[in-house]
Design a protein around this ligand. Structure first.
Ligand code: ATP
Length: 562
């Protein structure tokens, strides 16, 4: 989006950077050697370097309330794009096009007039771009492309946490249900079932985060299958990258997965499993946030139960699901103290023994076996298996791994149940896929989970580059249209750094996992030896194991730990 040939004469309209407001509108008042004097609309005069200024569309050229397609801006630069979105947002115009891409700004308030049946009727079959930008227009264009070309389509919903991806995905499904739904009078339809399974997925896959009270902690690809007449004939939900670490570790004011709090507030069921207030459980009390504003955990529990009934999960299976959740909570309360032998551990005290017995009963396994499993590790060798004692830290780690594994298997099992109940149409030739996946994430400390999320986003970015930029430009070339090529950053080098065999980060990690003697130090040495000088990888100055990957969207630092 750089603007190389900016004409900086007196009176030119520009954007100048501002500490507080990001960008402010200004006008050039003087040229002083290498610097330019500009006067901001507030009246303030600033000196700036020319390369720091961006040209600005003249106010009188701009339509009132901004333009509905960014490509209509004379100057397509960051301040211009942000200003346009801001002006539209002020009028509750939350949608704006950039060519065939839709930008949605989260309104954080209900706008029911935007999503009613009347609106859906309006967008049905309307040429793209004729009506105001809308998520229904995108869904409609993909439905029509599928029908006209007989080819499957996909819609990618991307953005940072809390941007509105899940809401947008639901709206797309609502629209596809409207155009491809079955005639009234049919039994409960596939699309209804997909929508009705949402509360279930949300109870087990969503949690409160700093940014979003109901943040999806997994990626989701919803495939909606259609028959030859364009009617929905089946559907499937595929999930990715469930955030497993949340089951055992949370920080204030975040929460664990909603289902745990729901179960604790369930009254009789909670009593049956000897649960109480969430503050009694280590996996929940690491954060003091137990309630969500405007949400009753007990009512949500009933909703989750109802969603299970709708999806067709038997009462026996429902009981097994909540029993497993309770077992995980009891498991988390097991503490260890050093055993008699060096580097060994035992269950700490009576309280821990109670929770271990509870966990074992609820998992329906033998308590001694559970305790041995937590406090020892069995290593297979050629000579047979060796049992090695674990110290307290290692026993805690093994307890947490068990909790995470059981939870993620439970989640996968639920997804499989939902898919079975909704029913896939194996004969369908066309489908529309909607991908709702985490955006790029960067925290102070980034775990392996974040690394995978950023890798997935890097892959998506490459797909986007190939399809949007390369294909458009090939088209222009074919038609001999004189076109100044858009510059985009090819991210193949980041992908190579991560996935190339045999010396990408993942390949080296794989290799390290196979050698019993590997440690986090041997892995870091290998990584930095093999990838030294890679422009996308930086080693931290004062650490042997910290590294930073320069992604297309920014830098993310990680640490190799054992
Ligand atoms: N189109 C919309 N209309 C009204 N409210 C919206 C809309 N989109 C989002 N919101 C509000 O913003 C909140 C966050 O949106 P959503 O959960 O869809 O974000 P997300 O991008 O999926 O976040 P995460 O990645 O954390 O799951 C919603 O709970 C809802 O209150």
């Amino acid at each position: 989006m750089a603007e190389p040939n900016m004409n900086l004469r007196k009176g030119a309209k520009v954007w100048v950077e501002d500490k507080n407001l990001a960008w402010v509108a200004a006008e050039v008042t003087d040229l002083r050697g290498k610097q330019v004097q500009v006067q901001a609309v507030s009246g303030k005069t600033v000196l700036a370097l020319p390369e720091k200024l961006f040209p600005r569309d003249a106010d009188e050229e701009e339509e009132h309330g901004g333009v509905d397609d960014m490509t209509k801006l004379t100057y397509l630069n960051e301040p211009g794009v942000l200003y346009n979105l801001q002006r539209r947002y002020a009028l509750n115009d939350i949608y704006t096009y950039t060519g065939s891409i839709l930008i949605a700004v989260n309104p954080f308030t209900k706008l029911p007039h935007l999503y009613n049946v009347h609106m859906m009727e309006q967008y049905k079959g309307a040429p793209f771009g004729e009506l105001s930008p809308h998520v229904f227009a995108v869904a409609d264009v993909s439905y029509r492309a599928m029908m006209n070309e007989g080819r499957s389509q996909s819609i990618l919903v991307s953005g940072e946490s809390g941007a509105g991806k899940t809401e947008t995905t639901k709206l797309i499904m609502q629209y596809l249900t409207f155009v491809g739904g079955r005639a009234a009078g049919d039994d409960r339809t596939v699309e209804q079932q997909v929508l009705e399974s949402n509360p279930l997925l949300e109870a087990f896959g969503n949690a409160r985060t700093v940014r979003n009270d109901n943040s999806s902690r997994f990626g989701k690809f919803v495939e909606i299958q259609f028959d030859a007449n364009g009617r929905i004939s089946g559907a499937a939900v595929r999930t990715y990258l469930l955030e497993r670490s949340r089951v055992v570790q949370i920080t204030d004011p975040e929460r664990n997965y909603h289902c745990f709090y729901q179960l604790c507030a369930s009254g009789k069921d909670a009593e049956k499993y000897k649960l109480g207030h969430p503050s009694h459980f280590h996996y929940l009390n690491q954060s003091k946030t137990y309630e969500l504003e405007g949400v009753s955990n007990a009512e949500e529990y009933m909703k989750t139960r109802r969603a299970m009934d709708i999806v067709g999960i038997s009462h026996e299976d429902q009981e097994a699901i909540f029993r497993t959740l309770a077992a995980i909570l009891h498991l988390g309360n097991i503490e260890f103290s050093p055993g008699r032998e060096h580097d060994s551990s035992v269950i700490k005290d009576q309280k821990s023994t109670f929770h271990m017995q509870m966990a074992a009963d609820l998992f329906r396994c033998d308590a001694n076996l559970l305790s041995t499993t937590l406090c020892t590790r069995t290593i297979q060798t050629r000579e047979g298996s060796i049992v090695k004692a674990l110290d307290c830290n290692a026993a805690v780690a093994s307890r947490d791994v068990l909790a995470k594994t059981v939870y993620s298997r439970l989640f996968d099992w639920l997804v499989a149940k939902i898919n079975m109940s909704v029913g896939q149409d194996l004969n369908s030739r066309v489908q529309i896929g909607v991908l709702d996946i985490y955006g790029f994430e960067c925290f102070k400390h980034n775990s392996f989970e974040q690394f995978c999320i950023n890798f997935a986003n890097e892959k998506l970015q490459q797909h986007f580059n190939e399809h949007v930029f390369k294909m458009e430009q090939d088209e222009y070339r074919k038609e001999k249209i004189n076109w100044s090529y858009i510059e985009f950053i090819d991210n193949q080098d980041v992908l190579d750094l991560i996935e190339k065999k045999p010396i990408g980060i993942i390949a080296l990690l794989d290799e390290a996992c196979m050698f019993p003697k590997s440690t986090h130090r041997t892995l870091s040495t290998k990584l930095f030896q093999n990838l030294r000088g890679h422009l996308r990888l930086e080693k931290a100055k004062f650490s042997e194991t910290d590294f930073t990957v320069s992604h297309y969207a920014g830098k993310a630092s990680g640490r190799i730990v054992s």
